[in-house]
Design a protein around this ligand. Structure first.
Ligand code: ADP
Length: 629
């Protein structure tokens, strides 16, 4: 039993393929995690890194409390089951299962006990004396599972274990593996390309594409709240319907005009509160997603009813999947926008029928056409508000407060981008908490202020209660006509550096005599300053780049505004100005042509030196964009 944690894990194969990019996840003890995605997305590579069959290029991999990057597979306390069962053909089932335990030199009685118990759990007791070739695929996979179980691993790793089985057996084995997980109470990590397998087995699922994690969530949340169009299309059968359309807000309504078929639907604005205003301006096209079960044959009262010409159907007994095209309205005679919906009424539907179907508008998904990210994120990043600046004061939604010096700008009307995490628990503003939601550990509060709705994360508030709050001005943006007038303060600085080797002489007292010896030190060189790297940092860099490459590669240090200090010596910087946010002040400095911000308790001017806190400083290799530390 163990937790598994992956922090900034990367895998770059020697041929340059970046198979896994910045994988971050904490797997709780006893979870059943499924990695799913199309072939080549990096799921097996990630599993093989956890197993120790592939080196980790960068990042920290932990099983239990132990960092295992350099731990041999046999010492990781894991067991792995593969697609090809990898059984020894000349050994009996009993010997196959016992093999690993014999290698470990466990007492004979203990081995016998574990083999018999595993065989019982898996229902293969009667085959213990048979050879693998006398068994079916499903039975052989059970033997492979048995061999893994008897090791009593902390983590079970399964790589497409059911892919060689036929559909019926796969369904049966899926259920058995889930039961096995319940019974063993061990952490399972399971790789599959089959979304149904993922949905039916995982407590949480990691959806991957092209080496990047797309979303990590429970099966239900992935289905109901896909964060992007890829997840929306990958999860669920039949695939979600996608249409193109342009939403336009008119007061309390949003009209959505579908492209190429003349359909127009009206959605209450309250259902789209979380969308940025630009998506509702009547000019921005989006993808509209709707699942087949959210489209039904219309009863008389349906508001959003469209006409569908049926092309064919799939009868599944309890339901019918009906395929067709949206029947164009107006001048769209040639339009052929495909649609699929589910009918559970059992009525007789034939090709050529033209049916009225209703859309469940509260289940609508909208995705950005370029980024394909959801336009209705569960946790919005920003609030978009009209505001006005008058004599150094900011007015929005009926509230008013003084702007700090760093945000001063000319009087006028602006758009305020107020991040949901820039709303702080204490302050002079008042609102009513309309709604509180807990989403994957984040508390999202919807506030009513001056007839507007704004969202805040991690604000201690209860629904229906009055709340006081403030604004962290460091994070806000003010724009006029799309141009930024006040920009947020960068929270992280980047400083170009090199990884260098230096020779040094150390003198030591040995038995009362002073002795000198030459040593080699590795460290970071930035703007003339040298900072010796810790042993761990040196190891990580060599592990990621090989022996020679580190000394020629380009790096950058990434450190927060609070993690750089003015010092007697260090990185040469020139103070360009002081940025004041009231109680908090920051120096704006120039370092090698880049702007750097540093928290400062007093004013400095001219040339200064900066020292990063290496406990909190990240190191990125720039060419492959890999965060090594
Ligand atoms: P998946 O398991 O999702 O099908 P993999 O993890 O096997 O994907 O592969 C991810 C990417 O890494 C693919 O582009 C694949 O071609 C590449 N890859 C896998 N193994 C190697 C290897 N040994 N050398 C180079 N590239 C590899």
């Amino acid at each position: 039993m163990a937790e598994v944690s992956l922090k900034h894990i990367y895998k770059v194969y020697p041929n340059g393929t970046k198979a896994v990019n910045d994988f971050n996840m904490h797997i709780e003890d006893k979870e059943f995690i499924v990695f799913v995605g199309p072939s080549g997305c990096g799921k097996s590579t990630t599993l093989r890194m956890i197993a120790g069959l592939e080196d980790v290029s960068a990042g920290e991999l932990k099983i239990g409390d132990l960092i295992v990057n350099d731990v041999e597979p046999k010492d990781r306390d894991i067991a792995m089951v593969f697609q090809n069962y990898a059984l020894y053909p000349h050994m009996t089932v009993y010997d196959n299962i016992a093999f690993g335990l014999r290698l470990k030199k466990l007492p004979r009685e203990e081995i016998h006990k574990r083999v018999v118990e595993a065989a019982e759990i898996l229902g293969i007791t009667e085959y213990l004396n048979k050879k693998p070739k006398e068994m079916s695929g499903g039975q052989r996979q059970r033997v492979a599972l048995g061999r893994a179980i008897v090791r009593e691993p902390k983590v079970m790793l399964l790589d497409e274990p059911l892919s060689n089985l036929d559909a019926k057996l796969r369904t049966q084995m899926r259920a058995e593996i889930s039961k096995l997980h319940n019974r063993l109470q061990t952490t399972f990590i399971y790789v599959t390309h089959d979304q149904i397998e993922a949905m039916t087995m995982g407590t949480r699922i990691v959806v991957m594409k092209n080496g990047f994690v797309q979303q990590i969530d429970t099966p239900k949340n992935l289905y109901n709240y896909p964060e992007n169009k890829f997840v929306a299309s990958f999860i669920g059968t039949p695939q979600m319907n996608f249409f193109e359309g342009t939403p336009e807000r008119e007061g309390d309504d949003v009209n959505i005009n579908f492209a190429d078929c003349g359909v127009r639907i009206t959605v209450p604005y309250s259902a789209l509160y979380k969308a940025q205003p630009k998506y509702l301006d009547g000019k921005t096209a989006v993808y509209i997603g709707l699942r087949a079960e959210d489209i039904t044959i219309a009863e008389a009262d349906g508001r959003a009813v469209i006409k569908v010409a049926v092309s064919h159907k799939e009868e599944l007994g309890n339901e019918t999947l009906v395929y067709g095209t949206i029947k164009p309205e107006g001048e769209y005679a040639e339009g052929a926008v495909s649609i699929v919906f589910k009918d559970v009424s059992g009525r007789d539907i034939k090709a050529g029928d033209v049916l009225d179907v209703a859309l469940r508008l509260e289940r609508l998904h909208l995705f950005d056409k370029d980024t394909e990210m959801s336009v209705l994120p569960r946790i919005p990043e920003y609030n978009y508000l009209d505001c006005e600046v008058k004599g150094g004061r900011l007015e929005f939604a009926g509230a008013e407060l003084a702007l700090p010096e760093a945000c001063r700008c000319a009087d006028g009307k602006y758009q305020l981008l107020l991040p949901t995490d820039a709303i702080t628990p204490e302050g002079a503003l008042k609102a009513e908490a309309a709604d509180c939601e807990e989403i994957n550990g984040v508390k999202l509060v919807a506030l009513n202020i001056g007839g507007r709705r704004i969202y805040a994360v991690n604000l201690g508030a209860a629904a229906g209660k009055a709340v006081s709050f403030g604004i962290d001005f460091k994070k806000i943006t003010l724009t006029a006509d799309g141009e930024s007038v006040v920009a947020p303060m960068p929270v992280e600085n980047e400083i170009d550096c090199r990884f260098v080797k230096r020779k040094a002489v150390v003198t030591e007292e040995v038995n009362g005599k002073t002795k000198s010896r030459r040593v080699v030190r590795f460290g970071f060189e930035a703007e003339g300053a040298f900072f010796e790297a810790s042993d761990t940092a040196v190891q990580k860099i060599f592990a990621a780049l090989g022996i020679k490459k580190p000394l020629t590669a380009g790096f950058k240090l990434v450190c927060g505004v609070y993690d750089l200090a003015v010092a007697e010596s260090g990185i040469a910087a020139r103070v360009e100005g002081l940025v004041s946010y009231g109680a908090e002040k920051f120096l704006r400095c120039s370092v090698g042509g880049r702007d750097i911000y540093v928290a400062a308790d007093k004013e400095y001017c001219g040339d200064i030196y900066l020292a990063p806190d290496f406990e909190k400083t990240g190191v990125v290799e720039t060419e492959r964009d890999i965060k090594i530390i």
